[in-house]
Structure formats: C-alpha cells, structure tokens
Design a binder for this molecule. Structure first.
Ligand code: NI
Length: 258
C-alpha cells in the first residue's frame, strides 16, 4: 500500500472526474492520499473528498503563497481546519521564484498559517522555492512553540541542499520526495535523499504536475507515486514494497492516521 502525501485533485476536474483518478490510484495500490488545499476552492474540495472517501483520502487546508497578494480570508481556512478528515495545514509556504514582488506579504501569510497549525495541533505541508533562509527562519520559530516537534510537518517536493535537509530534520520535519527524484539529472537530489533517515521519508506526486519517469512530460496522477517509491528503493537497496511500507507508516504517524 502506497500513500501519496501531496495531490492537487482540484486541478484535475476540468479534464477528468476525480472518481476516475482515485479509482486508478486504488487499482495501482495507492490506497491513501492527502488532498491539498491552498486556496478557498481547493480547501472546500479537499474537505468534501475526505468526507466522500473516508480512510482513503485525507485533506489539508490553508492558503498558499499565491493568495498573499489578494487580502486572504484567514477565517475561512480556520473554520475548515476543524472539519473531519482534515489532517494537515497545506500547502503553505514561500515562493520567491514566481512571486518575488510579494515577499513581505508571503511571509506574513505563512506566519499566520503556521499559527493556525499550532492552534489546531496539525502538521504543516510546506512549499519552499528560492526561499531557503526565510523558510528555515520561520519554521525554526514555529517548531520552538510546539510541544511535539515530531509532528511539525513536512517539506514537500524537496529539491534543496543537504544543509537544508539537515536543518529541517533537526527541527523535527519530514522530507517528501516527488517524481523529480526519478529524473536522470537529479544526481545531487538522489544523494541528499540517501542522507534522510528512513523514519523521516515521505513520497508524493504533487500531481497533476511533475510526472516521474517514464511518464515525464505527461499529466501526473497519484498512481504514479509508485515510481518514486521504486527510485528510493533502488537508491537504498531495498524493495519497493519495503519503501511502500516505510513511507506509508511515516505518513500515518505524521498525519495521525491509524
Ligand atoms: Ni503542491
């Protein structure tokens, strides 16, 4: 059984029914997924799907960096965070690559989301691009306020340095690898992944983006998370079944799922 810890099911809807995507995942053995929020519509869909697929689909709610520019409605995420099936606040974080003009607003929103997570006792699913230092500074301050930093959260779609990985691990965070790990030129990232201890590894697709090899360039979907597990298995000299078991157990621990 595989657990895809980062899916954007709201981005599929125009093309294909969510039911079909989830059915293919289950057929492939991907029996658990964390549906990401990040904006009011995605949050509502994630909560709704978690209600429709109990024990299979879980929800994350929050406001991502794209929301920083248009006076975000903090109360909306706060009220949804208490819904059943919500197991994380996400995705949230900083992106200085795509949104260098909103840096200050992004930091403010990210801090508000971390505060929401702390109040709700939920782990955070973090996006960070070209913002390592600020991400770490805010996460360091956040982790210090937690009674149980082992459930602080995860850095999703990790592509950072070994130094960044170490800093996050020291704070109690998990590290989630996506299909980027399977790309032939991702040698450095593959080395960093070997440095992450077994009990802090997660896998994800970030679908519909970033399809792993051999689906690269096509639309990604949760069923393909198996390719990420296979790559980790190859790098670590394990079987993909072992990697499935390990990463699923880690996700369940982090997200408080039995
Ligand atoms: Ni994402």
């Amino acid at each position: 059984m595989y657990f895809d810890t980062h899916v954007h099911l709201d981005e599929f809807e125009a093309e294909e029914s969510t039911e079909a995507v989830i059915a293919r995942a289950q057929e492939a053995g991907v029996n658990r997924m964390l549906a990401m929020g990040g904006n009011p519509e995605a949050n509502r869909l994630a909560v709704e799907l978690a209600g429709r697929y109990p024990g299979i689909l879980y929800a994350a709610v929050g406001l991502d960096r794209d929301q920083a520019s248009h006076s975000p409605d903090l109360a909306d995420s706060a009220s949804l965070a208490g819904s059943s099936g919500v197991r994380a606040i996400g995705e949230i974080g900083l992106d200085y690559h795509y949104h260098p003009e909103t840096v200050a607003a992004q930091r403010k929103l990210f801090e508000a989301m971390l505060e929401l997570a702390r109040k709700c006792g939920l782990p955070v699913m973090i996006h960070s691009r070209e913002a390592e230092e600020d991400t770490l500074a805010l996460l360091r301050a956040y982790a210090q306020t937690l009674s149980d930093p082992s459930r602080a959260g995860a850095l999703h779609c990790f592509t950072g340095s070994r130094r960044m990985a170490k800093a996050l691990l020291d704070l109690g965070f998990y590290i989630s690898f996506s299909g980027i790990l399977t790309f032939p030129r991702a040698i450095e990232l593959q080395e960093v992944s070997n440095y992450v201890p077994e009990d802090r590894l997660l896998i994800e697709t970030d679908c519909p983006y970033l399809a792993p090899v051999p689906h690269r360039g096509k639309r990604n979907e949760p069923a393909y998370v198996i390719r990420v597990a296979e790559k980790l298995a190859e790098l670590r000299g394990k079987t993909r079944e072992e990697m499935a078991r390990i990463t699923t157990a880690n996700a369940c621990t982090l997200l408080n799922i039995e």
